[in-house]
Ligand binder design. Sequence first.
Ligand code: PEP
Length: 247
Amino acid sequence: MGRKFVVGGNWKMNGDKKQISEIINTLKTGPLSPNTEVIVGVPAIYLEHVRTNLPQSIEVAAQNCYKVPKGAFTGEISPAMIKDIGVNWVILGHSERRQIFGETDELIAEKVAHALEAGLKVIACIGETLEEREGGKTEEVVFRQTKAIAGKIKDWSNVVIAYEPVWAIGTGKTATPQQAQEVHKALRQWFCTHVNADVGNSIRIQYGGSVTGANCKELAAQPDIDGFLVGGASLKPEFVNIVNAKQ
Ligand code: PEP
């Protein structure tokens, strides 16, 4: 079955109103392939501004949220709040959340489950560190991270997996198309075996880690790469080329 190509931009903690206007203009001018679903991950404080100013054909995502609808959790935002301002997606489990803010597999799985219950769609990030890759543990790690989520959710139709090797994020060191394909294929097989074949065949798996306008086409040509999650290059005009990588 067809898996629609899906490209996310993760702005991280970057951008001000001036730069965001420039990015919005770039996205509006495109042209963006109608065959690609485009989602921009925006700092929380600018979510409503970006949602209001982008055409509805471009989706907007929060970069994080908490695991309950409301309450005494100073500084957090909930999926209900994200939905309330017309935003439909959230990125969860990014390696910066895992590594800098100490988020565990368990917490990320709880957040994914609650975000889905609240009606958001989720980009769930997984990926191994350099040490884990060099120790031959890549599959063990990404399967463990995925299994934690699988323990808390049943319906995967609103989930996109982003496989982002930590050693490739923001380093300029991209996984080769073969390295990425190998992990994507193993993940799809994991879903077939541990969830079911329908989910395995239909779930979209993005690659993330130093994707650029120059390397995106070769990565996009791999059979199990269904899109990208893009950090640095999502702030630049070349993001348009990445969106169109599969054309
Ligand atoms: C990311 O932040 O998810 C990412 C992949 O960053 P970059 O593209 O800059 O490596």
